[in-house]
Structure formats: structure tokens, C-alpha cells
Design a protein around this ligand. Structure first.
Ligand SMILES: Cc1cc2nc3c(=O)[nH]c(=O)nc-3n(C[C@H](O)[C@H](O)[C@H](O)COP(=O)(O)OP(=O)(O)OC[C@H]3O[C@@H](n4cnc5c(N)ncnc54)[C@H](O)[C@@H]3O)c2cc1C
Length: 288
């Protein structure tokens, strides 16, 4: 494992906002994962894992942490069983499975890696299908120890997993069990779902949904009702197409983002929960 210093983080996220990591490393092997954990312990700095950065925005300055990215992306398919590394891009995994007559199309259009999807039990909204329905087990380094968790031990819920509350967890791989379906049908389902998404959602320079739903009411409805569609602070704007997606219009900063969140909450105080992971300069998650 090579530790690099002062590596820009903005380009590694979909919103393209953020400063630099004091330390940064890419993890390709299990030994790299162990070494990263040891390094963060020795330096006594937070260990932050980054997947595709589709749900993460970093502060503008230097993040005093070791930021790591699992880049192992192996996929092994045997019958209906798929073993995939946490660094796999979810879209690549979907397509590889489709080629093998396996259907993971329910997760179409969710940017990022398998690791990020496991952490947040990614899926298609409260009534839709979530990743956990396909999980058999997950292997991770937790506080320096390798562990394999059966699905029931992962404490998956809507957009949540038990991994979120574990100390220093680096997800390594997952075993999935997928239903059989002919390749052509799966590809058609993927294309259809992608087309639908692109009609209603922006997909660039955003970290996806910002606010959590309030008592079952989608956040976008409340934001829309308050007339905030298109409202902006500096270079961060509430999307014209989807009122719960915040967009970096080109010059957006973390401070702009926080101010826009605060301004939105002034008009809609119920919006307390945040879906995005906002990381402060001290390496601590401001809200998750
Ligand atoms: C346009 C757009 C649309 C979206 N639509 C959806 C949607 O429909 N449904 C949905 O659920 N989400 C959606 N999202 C949010 C995002 O795509 C998901 O949360 C995704 O699972 C994040 O994956 P990531 O790899 O980018 O995670 P990151 O943002 O990099 O990280 C997210 C969390 O996962 C953790 N993590 C990532 N990899 C690992 C690992 N190997 N080990 C330990 N922890 C890890 C990080 O520490 C962090 O806590 C959308 C985002 C965008 C930008």
C-alpha cells in the first residue's frame, strides 16, 4: 500500500466539491486493508473509506484523516452465486450479472460502488427493492479483525446497515444470490430503468438525495411546496429537475452547500435528516 499526501478529493466524488486528504491510499489486497487500519491507528487519525463518492461531500480545506478507497473489483460468478469485491462499480456488476443471465436490474442507475451500496443498503426508495434482498454474506475488516457477516447479522434497513455503527469498518467483498433471467430481458429492464431515471433526475455534479423524507413525505415535495426549486447559494443550487438534488453549478464549495442546507431548513424546518455524508476537516462526519 502506498500512502500519498495532500490528494485532491473533489474529483473523486460525483459532486466535485472538496479539499484534500492529508493522507490517501488505494487498497487492492487484504494486506493493504490491514495496513491502512494500522496506519490510522499509529497516526491516531480517523480512517475514512471512500467508494465512488456518490453520496459523499468533503469540506473545502484539508481533511485530517486517512482516506482510503478499495479498488479491488473482482467478480466471480458460479450459477446464481456472485462474489464481488467492494470496489466494483455497481453498474459494471449489474451488466456482468446480466451477461450471466442473472438479474440485479433493481439497482439500475444507482451510482457508486458495491461497498457504498452495502453500507447504505442502496435501493429504489422506501417501497422498492434494496440491495439486502440479494445479500448472502459480507466480509469486512472491523476494528482490525476480519469478519464475515451473514445477511441477518448485517442489520439492513431502509438506507441503513449495521456497518454504519461499527468502528473502523472496511468492507471487502459480498456474496450475493441472484435470480435467473435471460440476458436480453435483464438488459431491457436496465435500459428502461435508466431512461426513466434520466427523465426525472440530474446525474452529474450531485451527491443524490440531500434530505431524508419526513414521516413518509418525500423531501422534494416539501422543498417544492416552499418554492425553493432552482434556489441557490453561491455555486450550489437546488435542481430544477428534482428538488431534493443539490447541484454544483461549477464553482460550488462545501460552505455554499452548508449554507444552502441551512437556508432550506429555515423555510422547511421539518427537514432535519440528511441523506448525504458530509465530512468536516477534522475527518468527522457532520451528518450522515
Ligand atoms: C444521481 C444520483 C442518484 C442516486 N440514486 C440513488 C438511489 O436511487 N438509491 C440509493 O440508495 N442511493 C442513490 N444515490 C446515492 C448513492 O449512489 C448511493 O448511496 C451509493 O450506494 C453510494 O456509493 P459510493 O460507492 O459512491 O459511496 P460513497 O459516497 O463513496 O460512500 C458512502 C458511504 O459508504 C461507505 N463506503 C463505501 N465503500 C466502502 C467500503 N468498501 N468499506 C466501508 N465503507 C464504505 C463510505 O464510508 C460512506 O459511509 C444516488 C446518488 C446520485 C449521485
Amino acid at each position: 500500500m502506498t500512502i500519498q499526501e495532500l490528494i485532491p478529493l473533489g474529483p473523486k466524488t460525483t459532486m466535485k466539491i472538496g479539499g484534500k486528504a492529508r493522507w490517501f491510499a488505494e487498497l487492492k489486497t487484504k494486506e493493504d486493508v490491514e495496513d491502512a487500519w494500522k496506519f490510522s491507528r499509529e497516526k491516531n487519525v480517523p480512517l475514512l473509506v471512500l467508494g465512488g463518492g456518490a453520496n459523499t461531500v468533503f469540506a473545502d480545506g484539508t481533511i485530517e484523516a486517512l482516506v482510503v478507497k478499495v479498488i479491488s473489483d473482482n467478480i466471480a460468478i458460479k450459477g446464481n452465486d456472485v462474489t464481488a469485491a467492494a470496489g466494483c462499480i455497481l453498474a459494471t456488476l449489474l451488466n456482468r450479472c446480466a451477461e450471466a443471465n442473472l438479474d440485479l436490474s433493481a439497482l439500475t442507475g444507482i451510482p457508486g460502488t458495491l461497498g457504498g451500496a452495502l453500507m447504505g443498503n442502496a435501493g429504489q426508495g422506501p417501497q422498492g427493492v434494496w440491495l439486502d434482498s440479494f445479500v448472502v454474506s459480507v466480509t469486512a475488516l472491523v476494528n482490525g479483525q476480519w469478519q464475515t457477516f451473514a445477511r441477518e447479522e448485517c442489520n439492513f434497513r431502509y438506507r441503513e446497515s449495521g456497518f454504519k455503527t461499527m468502528p473502523d469498518v472496511i468492507l471487502w467483498e459480498a456474496r450475493l444470490s441472484l435470480p435467473s433471467r435471460p440476458t436480453a430481458e435483464v438488459k431491457e429492464a436496465i435500459n428502461l430503468a435508466l431512461k426513466k431515471r434520466l427523465e426525472i433526475q440530474p446525474y452529474r455534479f450531485t451527491a443524490g438525495s440531500c434530505f431524508k423524507a419526513v414521516d413518509g413525505t418525500p423531501a422534494w415535495k416539501l422543498i417544492d411546496k416552499a418554492g425553493l426549486r432552482g434556489f441557490h447559494v453561491g455555486g450550489v443550487q437546488i435542481s430544477d429537475r428534482h428538488a431534493n438534488f443539490l447541484i454544483n453549478t461549477g464553482t460550488g464549495t462545501f460552505v455554499d452547500l452548508l449554507q444552502l442546507i441551512a437556508a432550506t431548513r429555515e423555510k422547511v424546518p421539518q427537514l432535519q435528516g440528511i441523506e448525504m455524508r458530509l465530512v468536516g476537516e477534522n475527518g468527522k462526519v457532520i451528518s450522515a
